[in-house]
Ligand binder design. Structure first.
Ligand SMILES: *Cc1c(COP(=O)(O)O)cnc(C)c1O
Length: 421
């Protein structure tokens, strides 16, 4: 039994597969919008609050434009991600460019768009100045190192490749100030898929104190702090979602004492969450192709790691249910697999499933972020379609499935014959 749900009946899903063959990803517009509104509400006390959706989580213009309509901006870390934001009308400072190991042409694009540039390293101050010129507003990414505990996906901050050390921040903002930069932001991103409210409250405290110290020491004014992304989602049925209203309220209290009373307001709160925005509102649907019983039991799907890498890549848990058998008892212990020639192509290992039959539809939950977008073409597997369940119940295709021609399009079938003599 599971409290994980999908807003489509087994019949509706089966009917959909007649138009859109499995596997496919499907997203729920209503769920995404309601959640977006809750986040806005949680921080409505901060007049400059903005969430910059981490584009990499679900880089689809339909999803981005509905998030834009809810007041979100975009967080990009590559040129094409900036182009996607531009295409849906996210412009100027509604886009933040948080990259690392960045080539100059990407900075040039960010500057041309008027996006906020978030520098990952002190050497990039001179690099940005030399290659594209410094913009009026610059943000720097802080890596607190041993001052902050890490978590599994992102690891310990001091082992993470991102950001400036504390000393480098003081030196970096000094350089920026002396080079004529007038407007400043401070950023950090230390957690990924974190479910503890207090973890983010501590991060906010760390940044508020740092803003106070940097402002005092350097005589500069900060416009915003960006607390990064990393708000987790309850991938496991027994987990609870982060209470966004409680999070907003705790940060508000801290803001009153650390920012308002220190005379540092207004300071805008920014976030750049991806996972919590779309993750729970997307599902990967695949059909059971095969049951196999050897040393273990296996249920083989027509979806594979090319559609959802997280279980294979991080051993991440994704809940799997069988359409129409949500209430059945789960007594069949098995691995749920894909078809790649890689033994880690498993959506679930030693999972108790209901009595599954070939032809059933498997629903892989919480695949709305870092799902389709992490997909790859190993084993010449083609990436699946993305569908959107509209608020009126209509289903639209927002990305078609790849075809074999897409896969072959970068190959030159005319050249190779002359080459091999
Ligand atoms: C990936 C990433 C995010 C989004 O992370 P989520 O876990 O999806 O919230 C935000 N900011 C940066 C810099 C990232 O790399």
């Amino acid at each position: 039994m599971s409290k994980k749900e999908i807003p489509l009946s087994v019949d509706a899903l089966n009917a959909l597969t007649e138009t859109y063959p499995t596997p496919f990803h499907i997203y729920d517009e209503r769920g995404i919008r309601e959640n977006a509104r809750l986040l806005q509400k949680a921080f409505s006390w901060n007049s400059g609050f903005k969430e910059y959706f981490a584009v990499k989580a679900t880089p689809n213009p339909y999803i981005l434009s509905l998030l834009k309509a809810e007041g979100f901006g975009g967080d990009c870390s590559s040129y094409p991600e900036m182009v996607l934001c531009d295409k849906v009308g996210m412009r100027g400072e509604d886009v933040i460019f948080t990259s690392n190991d960045t080539p100059a042409y990407e900075y040039a694009k960010a500057k041309e768009m008027g996006a906020i540039i978030n520098l990952d390293d002190i050497s990039h101050i001179a690099y940005l100045e030399d290659h594209v010129g410094l913009p009026e507003l610059v943000c720097c990414r802080y890596n607190p190192g041993p001052l902050k505990g890490g978590n599994v996906i992102i690891g310990k901050p001091e082992e993470a490749k991102y950001g400036f050390t504390r000393e480098q921040l003081f030196e970096g903002y000094l350089q920026l100030r002396d080079k004529g930069v007038k407007r400043f932001g401070l950023h950090t991103m230390v957690a990924s898929n974190e479910l503890e409210v207090d973890y983010f409250v501590e991060t906010a405290q760390l940044l508020f104190e740092l803003v106070a110290e940097l402002s005092r020491t350097l005589g500069i004014t900060f416009e915003f702090v960006n607390l990064g992304g990393g708000i987790g989602i309850p991938y496991r049925p027994e987990e609870e979602p982060v209470d966004l209203l409680a999070l907003g309220e705790k940060i508000r209290v801290l803001y009153e004492t650390s920012i308002v009373q220190a005379g540092l307001a207004p300071l805008d709160i920014r976030l750049e969450c991806g996972r919590m925005v779309t993750g729970p509102y997307g599902w990967l649907i695949g059909r059971v192709l095969h049951k196999k019983e050897t040393y273990k039991n296996y249920i083989g799907l027509d979806a594979c790691m090319a559609n959802l890498m997280r279980p294979g890549m991080y051993g991440a848990y994704h809940h799997v249910s069988i359409a129409g058998k949500e209430q059945a008892s789960c007594d069949y212990l098995c691995d749920v697999t894909g078809s790649l020639c890689e033994n880690n192509d498993k959506f679930a290992i030693d999972r108790s499933m209901p009595d599954v039959e070939v032809g059933d539809l498997a629903i892989i939950h919480d695949a709305g972020a870092h799902g389709h977008s992490m997909g790859f073409n190993y084993n010449a597997k083609l990436r699946s379609a993305e569908l959107l369940l509209r608020e009126n119940g209509e289903v639209v295709q927002i990305r078609r499935a790849e075809t074999m021609d897409d896969y072959f399009t970068t190959l030159d079938f005319n050249g190779f014959e002359q080459f091999v003599v």
